[in-house]
Each structure stands twice: as C-alpha cells, then as structure tokens.
Design a protein around this ligand. Structure first.
Ligand SMILES: C[S@@+](CC[C@H](N)C(=O)[O-])C[C@H]1O[C@@H](n2cnc3c(N)ncnc32)[C@H](O)[C@@H]1O
Length: 187
C-alpha cells in the first residue's frame, strides 16, 4: 500500500492540522503519515476492526477517538472540522452523496476534505466492461466495494468551493481498480 499510495499521502498529510476527522479508517492505513500527536476522530462502523485500529494508533502515537457510526450520519456539530480524510471508502459506503454532504456540513468554511479513491474506468473501455462484469463477485469478496462508481464526478458535484483532483493509474496492469483520484476539496 505504501508503494502505491505513500508518495501521494506524504505530499499532503504532513500539512494537516492537529485534529483530523477520518471516515472509514479501517485498520489505520493512514496513521503512519499523520504527524505524531495528531488527534484523529475516527468514523468507523466496523467494530470488529477497532482493536487493530487502536493498536495502530498507539504505535503511530495518534490520539484516537473512535465513533462506531456511519459517515452518512456523523454526530459532530456543523462547521467544526478543519480537515476530513477519507481513503478507499466512498467505494464502500451506502451513499457517497450523503457522506459528502455530512463532510461539508462538519467542515469549517475553508476546511479541507482530503480524498484518495479508486474510481470507475472511462465508460465504453474494456477496463470498464471488466469492472462491470466483475462487480457482483467483487462486492461479495470485498465487503460491498463498488468498482464502478464515478466518485470523481460525485465529489465535483458535492458543492465544494474548490476541488483540486489528480487522476492516476496504479501500475498493476490488469487490476480492475487501477484508476484512482487523489486530492482535496475546500469547503
Ligand atoms: C476498503 S476499507 C479502507 C480502509 C482505509 N481507509 C484504507 O485506506 O485502507 C473501507 C472502510 O470503510 C468502512 N466503512 C464502510 N461503510 C462505511 C460507512 N458507511 N461510513 C464510514 N465508514 C464505512 C469500512 O468498515 C472499512 O473500514
């Protein structure tokens, strides 16, 4: 994961504020990139992974506060977060639109949402056909992950003031999840 995503994350994570809200951190793949001492409010509904998340936070010296809730309904007040991070999560949530709306609600004006997501290949390409055919099995294998979401468009449509989005392909020739986006959106 570090070989694929590390340089993108390093380019931005060190400039994050002292407190970060992270949506769907899983086992804490992002924690090694945060400054030690960062306070992370983790929105992670999968309680089975909380022990691993807590252990990773301890190793990376992250001050962790886990909330067992979904990103579609975040129990934080409006306009209170300076930064929200979400990586490889909008493919899995039930409603990416609702999660983005919640992110916008909790972000202060000028606050940043940092994203890294795999996205649908361009419509009509062989890769997109492959994604569509593989989808039912993939969703079953990878806990509801959708290969074919136009997450790039969903973020653009979410109403942020400014979106800085880079697209890249991971270097695994036949990986159905090759197309990615990385960047930030400002509230
Ligand atoms: C593919 S994992 C990504 C984990 C981590 N962010 C990473 O970059 O490796 C997706 C994570 O999103 C979480 N998740 C699923 N549905 C969610 C929801 N509605 N709200 C918040 N997190 C959710 C899952 O429990 C899982 O931890």
């Amino acid at each position: 994961m570090d070989r694929i995503y590390g340089r993108h994350k390093r380019s931005i994570y060190r400039s994050l504020p002292e407190t970060v809200v992270e949506i769907g951190p899983g086992a804490g793949a992002n924690f090694r990139y945060y400054k030690p001492g960062t306070r992370v409010i983790a929105i992670e509904p999968n309680t089975a992974i909380h022990a691993r998340l807590t252990a990773k936070a301890r190793r990376c010296r992250i001050d962790l506060n886990i909330k067992s809730i979904r990103g579609e309904q975040i129990d934080l007040p409006d306009n209170t977060a300076n930064a929200v991070v979400g990586t490889l999560v909008l493919c899995t949530v039930q409603s990416p639109e609702q999660v983005l709306s919640e992110i916008r609600r909790i972000l202060k004006p000028g606050g940043r949402y940092i994203f890294l997501e795999h996205v649908a290949a361009i419509s009509g390409t062989r890769r997109r056909g492959f994604q569509e055919r593989l989808l039912p099995v993939w969703r079953w294998l990878f806990e509801g992950c959708h290969l074919n979401r136009n997450t790039h468009q969903t973020i653009i449509n979410a109403g942020f003031t400014d979106v800085d989005m880079n697209c890249f392909m991971i270097k695994m020739k036949w990986a159905p999840f090759s197309p990615h986006i990385f960047g930030y959106a400002r509230n």
